[in-house]
Write a protein that binds this ligand. Structure first.
Ligand code: MLT
Length: 262
């Protein structure tokens, strides 16, 4: 099982992704938002790469069951129903809805990966579900970090460390005979260096600092929690839905703990 990794999707050719197994990560905040929205009953998420496409598609869908969600520079796009703060995607708001989703990096990376054979959306909040999904397929995977298009390097520390945590968990399983590329080895080393406090790392990252500055510090905290939203968003065709439970739900320690303290 070979695990390769792209730190930024800019160099990805969407046709090269055809028939590959792909994991897309955009921790702050698209992947987290998508997990929360689907857990809260959203029917589907349709990732698009531009605002124009979002408006075009939602025009052709029925208004009352379609919402437009997303951001530019972290803030809700004018004329949309929702921004990209996971807390906006409550059950009352999203249950039964189709959500046209347009963000700066996350939805673009997901859209570019639409020809993948298997595609799952990963974040810290659903990390174990994603690891189990990959373990179940136990074939070659490409992990795509959504990165930060509007920066020089477009490298995202939090996406890379989330990828590194996934790589470490799979590499620890000797039965999988995992082979790592230089980029997945590098991500694993980053997680080793920064993984002790995910929240501290996220608050230091460029996008974490920016989101905090514009008033979304609570989103940074929520996106740093491990396994608090144990669902598996998978992309089929152009649509992201919840994968039906194939195996008994993997109840993480965190979820079990939060049950005890509830
Ligand atoms: C992205 O897609 O780049 C992020 O999700 C942006 C954000 O939510 O601030």
């Amino acid at each position: 099982m070979k695990i390769d990794l792209s730190f930024t999707p800019t160099e990805l050719d969407e046709l090269e992704l055809r028939d590959r197994n792909v994991i897309v990560i955009d921790v702050l905040r698209s992947s987290t938002t998508i997990a929360v929205a689907l857990k809260n009953g959203a029917r589907e998420i349709i990732p698009v790469e531009s605002i124009e496409n979002a408006v075009k598609i939602s025009g052709s869908l029925f208004g009352d069951v379609t919402l437009r969600g997303g951001e530019r520079n972290g803030k809700m796009i004018q004329g949309f129903n929702l921004g990209n703060s996971p807390s906006e995607y409550s059950e009352a708001t999203v249950k039964g809805k189709s959500i046209i989703f347009c963000t700066t990096n996350g939805s673009v990376a997901m859209y570019k990966s639409r020809f993948a054979r298997n595609l799952a959306v990963a974040s810290f909040v659903n990390l174990t579900r994603v690891v189990e999904f990959m373990r179940g397929i136990s074939s070659d995977f490409l992990i795509v970090c959504a990165g930060r298009a509007n920066t020089l390097s477009s490298f995202s520390l939090e996406d890379s460390i989330c990828a590194g945590m996934i790589v470490r968990k799979l590499a620890e399983d000797k039965s999988l005979n995992v082979e790592l590329t230089d980029s997945s080895l590098a991500a694993q080393a980053l997680h080793k260096a920064y993984g002790r406090s995910i929240l501290k790392m996220m608050r230091k990252s460029e996008h974490g600092r920016y989101l905090t500055e514009i008033g979304f510090g609570e989103d940074v905290r929520l996106c740093a929690e491990i396994d608090t939203v144990p669902v598996l968003p998978v992309l089929t065709g152009n649509v992201i839905k919840l994968r039906k439970e194939e195996t008994p739900a993997i109840e993480s320690d965190q979820a079990a703990k939060s049950k005890l303290t509830a």
